[in-house]
Write a protein that binds this ligand. Structure first.
Ligand code: 2HG
Ligand code: ZN
Length: 478
């Protein structure tokens, strides 16, 4: 990568930043900054004069003040796993990257009040492990949890596999610590279940994708750890059958459902082809699959029996072709691997256009049918790879390039493909972004979906908190 020309402004800023964070906290060599300049999907290649890695909140606040005083834009970055370019700097080399990775302390876990205080740079799985060590569950679970960090997960309001039971990231947040765009620190690390004192500021920063300030720590709600878990991978005749199966589990015992995921035959085939160690625990491949997980902290809940009861009746009623029930933790993980590796497998298969969409839960089968037909009419040979969180209505309606196509030729059609899917989503009363956010990829969709008073209010909030537009510019708002 050619060197980014460094302006005099940046040279002066860099020496001021170095005085705050030291050599260890500042990366300027292009070979060091390169990993921070490209997103996970490799859709965006940015440039930056520096990646700043402050060691704590006070250092970050000083860094933000220095950048703000000089009018230099900042891009907060956690584990850099955004699916929409939410943490990538622009290509003109003007924006400084703020890495949260060194704010990596679990400050406290409280198994009595069922809360934890955790800093933004803690990888989500590390936070989960700390909660588990105290006998609790940090509920939210996403494929990238080994890499994604607390700050990014909250800033993107991630959802994942357990939304149907525990809600999205924002539902876990009791308190926040945030550095505002002018460098002020807001200490809102309150661990209260009730606190009705004016505007709910913490929810403003959750899901703001770093455009209003930088989350540095959070108080998160914990849940009781399940002591019994039962998982099945089901081959089903259609998406409608998967949806009906979900309803039956809901009717049987809604409190026990921890996850209900859908996968298509195409996505499963990619996983089996590209992911070492992946194997299908069923007699033969199917066109549609459902993964159901039941879990409870209640003793003697007999979840395995519940699973068998619902599945046996579903088989009789023609809703189920075959099922594999996990008999051990290793088998449970092997089944989950088939689901969790979908994003990675799709990346290895070739170029893909992702549509992280949601519709009312009951309309998922219509979404899958109608969007598949619409995309196949747009580009014959296109491969629909719908999968995701059927139990909360969030389907990743992803499209893989037709076999033999050039990747760039396919990606050049991305807006036409996304617009085709979105037209179906809009008819079904859905959203164009369920859990991945807006980032750099989707601000152009905002006026059509969130225009008028809603977008106007968002712009006013942005102008009030970040009048110079220095916090993650280009993201979220068009
Ligand atoms: C998942 O559910 C993630 O696995 C990624 O949200 C989805 O790759 C995707 O589109
Ligand atoms: Zn997802």
């Amino acid at each position: 990568m050619p060197d980014t020309p460094i302006s005099d402004l940046h040279l002066e800023l860099l020496s001021a930043l170095r005085a705050v964070v030291g050599e260890r906290g500042l990366l300027t060599a292009p070979s060091d900054t390169a990993p921070y300049c490209e997103d996970w999907r490799r859709l965006y290649q940015g440039r930056t004069p520096a990646v700043v890695r402050p060691a704590d909140t006070a250092e970050l606040a000083a860094v933000i003040r220095l950048c703000a005083q000089r009018g230099v834009a900042m891009v907060p970055q956690g584990g850099n796993t955004s699916m929409v370019g939410g943490a990538t700097p622009s290509g003109d080399g003007s924006q400084v990257v703020l890495s949260l990775a060194r704010l990596n302390r679990v400050r406290a876990v409280d198994p009595v009040d069922m809360t934890m205080v955790v800093e933004a740079g803690v990888p989500w799985r590390t936070a989960q492990d700390a909660a588990a060590a105290a006998g609790c569950l940090l509920p939210l679970s996403i494929s990238s949890e080994g890499t994604a960090q607390v700050g990014g997960i909250l800033s993107a309001n991630a959802g994942g596999n357990n939304t149907l039971r525990y809600g999205n990231a924002r539902d876990l947040v009791l308190g926040l610590e945030v550095v505002l765009p002018d460098g002020q620190v807001w200490d809102g690390l309150r661990a209260l279940r009730k606190d009705n004192t004016g505007y709910c500021l913490r929810q403003l920063f959750v899901g703001a994708e770093g455009t209003l300030g930088v989350i540095t720590a959070a108080v998160l709600k914990l849940a009781p750890r399940p002591t019994e878990v039962a998982v099945a991978l089901c081959a089903v005749p259609s998406a409608a059958a998967a949806s009906e199966l979900f309803r039956r589990f809901q009717r049987h015992d809604p409190a026990a459902i921890q996850a209900f995921e859908y996968m298509s035959g195409a996505g499963m085939a990619f996983v089996l082809r590209h992911i070492p160690g992946a194997s299908l625990p069923l007699a033969e491949p199917a066109a549609h699959y459902a993964l159901v997980e039941l879990a409870t902290p209640r003793a003697g809940a007999q979840l395995r029996e519940a699973l068998e009861t619902v599945l046996e009746q579903a088989m009789v009623d023609g809703l189920l072709l075959d099922a594999a029930l996990a008999d051990s933790e290793a088998q449970r993980q092997a089944i989950w691997k088939l689901r969790e590796e979908h994003a990675e497998a799709q990346k290895r298969e070739g170029a893909s256009v992702k549509n992280d969409v949601s519709v009312p839960v009951s309309r998922v089968p219509e979404l899958i049918e109608q969007a598949t037909a619409a995309c196949e009419a747009l580009i014959p040979g296109i491969r629909a790879v719908p999968f995701g969180h059927l139990g909360d209505g969030n389907i990743h309606f992803n499209l893989e390039q037709p076999e033999g196509w050039d990747a760039a030729e396919f990606l050049a059609r991305d807006h036409a493909i996304m617009d085709t899917v979105n037209a179906v989503v809009q008819r079904l009363g859905g959203s164009f972004s369920a859990e991945h956010g807006v980032g750099l990829l989707k601000p152009y969709m905002m006026p059509a979906w969130r225009g008028g008073a809603e977008l106007d209010t968002m712009r006013r909030i942005k102008a009030a908190l970040d009048p110079d537009g220095l916090m993650n510019p280009g993201k979220v708002l068009p």
